[in-house]
Design a binder for this molecule. Structure first.
Ligand SMILES: [Zn+2]
Length: 367
């Protein structure tokens, strides 16, 4: 028989589910199997490892914080996960289980309540979270600031004096501001609502409420920013990993003194005629150039959709034609404000890759 080291080397060189299964069934009969297909829990990076001087399959576990009540182990194989959630194959597989999301919840069979609690604790604005992020002194200061501001701005008197709200409007607002799990589930049903919520939390860094955006940007703009934010996040368009990689690459290749507006500091312009705030994904102040990253679904890529197609399977409403018209109005308006508006399509970025796309952008910037 081979030595341990040779054994693992042999496996890594000849890696396949079949070989994994063969070794597994010979030596590890007591290890757990996929809870759906009862086959081995095999993933692209599955291998064996030494543990207590013995070779063991290298499992994945999920624990990370005190909010998860115990250590969870993968209980779904990669094939079954992909059948249930085909979008898994487009995710960054080395990272997808690093945090709680609907895929983690499903693959590790984590109790639904536990997963939600984990998400809330991680993303909510709490003193603890602020201290974690900013250190004790600044964290405490920010927490007090936040609390004072919340206490003031959430009163009816404040809304009435500042925005002229009636009591009725104040009540509605309080109802609607919980654009959270509950509302998404009410609107879309348990499965899709939860998925939307998790996807949404997954992609954003701090808080999840429309209120946050409205406090930050005011009622009207806050709503636009929030809508934009949700749509982009829900449909994986802007600031998906690939778009962040694109923009970061671009930043590294342009004048470092340029002031860049993007991510949670997006540049925007107000269209008085349409009473709309329009946000631009990436903006360079000194050049007054904007760059929009158009997700194929959200912007109904004409290469993929016909005029009467409705690209959002989860949303009732707009067909591709409506979306093009909406974008045309937005882009026409932005072009009156910007020296140049550069539009990058998700599909083109996927095809051309980041380097080539950045080359193209830089050429457009300076031509
Ligand atoms: Zn399976």
């Amino acid at each position: 028989m081979k030595t341990n080291k040779e054994f693992i080397e042999y496996f890594n060189k000849n890696k396949s589910k079949d070989i994994y299964r063969e070794i597994f069934n010979k030596y590890f009969l007591n290890e757990s199997k996929c809870r759906i297909c009862n086959d081995v829990i095999y993933y692209y990076d599955s291998t064996f490892t030494f543990k207590s001087n013995k070779i063991q399959p290298k499992g994945k576990s999920f624990l990370t914080t005190k909010n998860v009540d115990k250590v969870y182990h993968l209980s779904i194989c990669e094939d079954c996960l992909t059948i249930k959630y085909p979008e898994y194959s487009d995710k960054n597989k080395s990272r997808v289980f690093n945090q709680m999301n609907y895929l983690t919840e499903y693959a590790f069979d984590i109790n639904h309540e536990t997963a939600l609690k984990w998400m809330k604790d991680k993303y909510a604005i709490t003193e603890e979270n602020l201290i974690k992020k900013w250190g004790v002194d600044i964290g405490k200061e920010k927490w007090n600031e936040y609390r004072n501001k919340q206490a003031l701005t959430n009163t009816f008197e404040y809304k009435r004096d500042k925005y002229g709200w009636t009591e009725e409007e104040f009540k509605d607002y309080n109802k609607s501001r919980s654009v959270t799990i509950e509302n998404l589930i009410n609107r879309h049903g348990e499965e899709i609502g939860l998925k939307k919520w998790m996807d949404y939390c997954d992609r954003q860094k701090y808080t999840t409420t429309i209120e946050y955006f409205q406090e930050k940007h005011g009622i009207d703009k806050g709503k636009d920013v929030y809508d934009d934010f949700c749509k982009k996040r829900l449909f994986g368009a802007a600031y998906s990993k690939i778009s962040i990689d694109l923009f970061e690459n671009l930043i590294s290749r342009i004048n470092e003194n340029y002031r860049i507006y993007y991510k949670d500091n997006e540049w925007y312009s107000y269209d008085k005629d349409n009473k709309k705030y329009y946000l631009v994904d990436f903006y360079i102040r000194e050049l007054n150039i904007g760059i929009e990253f158009n997700g194929d679904i959200w912007h109904a890529n004409p290469k993929k959709y016909k005029p009467n197609d409705t690209p959002f399977p989860l949303d009732s409403g707009l067909n591709a034609k409506d979306i093009w018209e909406k974008d045309r109005i937005k882009n026409d308006f932005l072009r009156t404000k910007l020296n140049k508006l550069i539009i990058i399509w998700e599909d083109d970025l996927n095809k051309d890759g980041i380097d080539k796309t950045v080359d193209k952008i830089i050429k457009e910037i300076y031509e």
